[in-house]
Write a protein that binds this ligand. Structure first.
Ligand code: CUA
Length: 347
């Protein structure tokens, strides 16, 4: 009995502790809930988070005031004899003026809240300065294709699911989709923008400090909608530039016999769908794998990029993400091991 009451007390205390953590230490709250929108980062999201907490405060205040007034109304006339033929709220009993006053206060509160919302959304509609960098993002069932734009064609490259950006500058995102409607959402940095087949939508955001920000498809797009995650990795501009330079290079040639054999197996089984720079693999159906080992995750932020994760994914992708377009290749044990060793050379 004692134990169960302790448990329910702990359960009741949990949301309060979470709220206290969110207020006291935004970083701790982010670490525990990477998709939280109660905190935000960067020029676009700071005003939105202020708006969110402001509207929340107004709403809580309204609930408290209304509750107190209801309680006062309930207890003030308790015990007084009442004529059942009269209505307490009526023209003659004088209560109607409170309806007028209440409606006026509610209308004014809603109007001011709406003005604040329009003002903030208008202010963040465009970036504060010119965007130097444009990143094209295309939604696929169920992963993100990411192409870095540049006036110099030799600096254009494609990657997947993990978007590196430089800190301290607004980035333009041009969004489209290859199949159905998806929605691009990195809650710490920006609100949602749909990716729509045959249409180009534009959004922007900025990260003012380095970090890894989790994103997620937020428009239901089929069986693996929940496994359509992404990461935004914000780096200081110099580190970002050297990352970009590395992405333009071909990965080193495999040096071990197993990795060499794995490369042949890869060309046989995987190259129709995947590209690897500097090789004969030019497939465009699946993610570009040129620098797979520089990514933290696999399968659109579904698995950690570890040897075990990689083996599990190649061996049975339909077990990890049922319905996804990567088939089970029915590889033998040695073939699987060789391909994994080859992929592990893709730095
Ligand atoms: Cu893509 Cu949901």
């Amino acid at each position: 009995m004692r134990r169960s009451s302790g448990k329910s007390r702990r359960r009741a205390a949990y949301p309060i502790a979470l709220l206290a953590a969110a207020l006291a230490c935004p970083a701790a709250a982010e670490a525990g809930a990477p998709l939280t929108y109660l905190t935000g980062q960067g020029a676009k999201n700071y005003p939105v988070v202020y708006l969110l907490w402001g509207l929340l405060a107004v709403s809580v205040l309204v609930v408290v005031i209304v509750s107190v007034l209801v309680l006062i109304g309930l207890f003030r006339h308790r015990g007084l004899p009442r004529d059942p033929r009269t209505v307490p709220l009526g023209r003659t009993s004088g209560g109607l003026k409170w309806v007028y006053i209440g409606t006026a206060i509610s209308a004014a509160t809603l109007f001011i809240s709406a003005l604040g919302t329009f003002y903030v959304l208008g202010a963040i509609a465009g970036p504060p300065s010119r965007q130097e960098l444009t990143i094209n993002v295309a939604g696929h069932q169920w992963w993100w294709e990411v192409t870095y734009d540049n006036p110099d064609d030799s600096r254009v490259f494609t990657t997947a699911n993990e978007i590196h950006i430089p800190t301290g500058q607004p980035i333009r995102f041009k969004l489209t989709s290859d199949d159905v409607i998806h929605s691009f959402w990195v809650p710490q940095l920006s609100g949602k923008t749909d990716t729509i087949p045959g249409q180009e939508n534009e959004t922007w955001f900025e990260a003012d400090k380095p970090g890894t920000y989790r994103g997620q498809c937020t428009e239901y797009c089929g069986l693996q909608h929940a496994h359509m995650g992404l990461l935004v990795i914000a780096q200081p501009p110099q580190a970002f530039k050297s990352w970009w330079d590395d992405q333009l290079k071909a990965p080193p040639a495999p040096s071990s016999a197993e990795a060499g054999a794995g490369q042949l197996q890869f060309m046989l089984h995987c190259a129709v769908c995947h590209s690897i720079r500097g090789t004969d693999a030019h497939g465009r159906f699946g993610p570009d794998l040129s620098h797979l080992m520089t990514r933290q995750t696999l399968a659109a932020a579904t698995l950690d990029n570890t040897p075990g994760g990689l083996s599990g994914w190649i061996a049975d992708p339909q077990h990890v993400k049922p319905g996804n377009l990567m088939p089970n290749l029915a590889l033998s044990g040695p073939q699987l091991a060789d391909i994994r060793q080859y992929l592990e050379t893709l730095h």
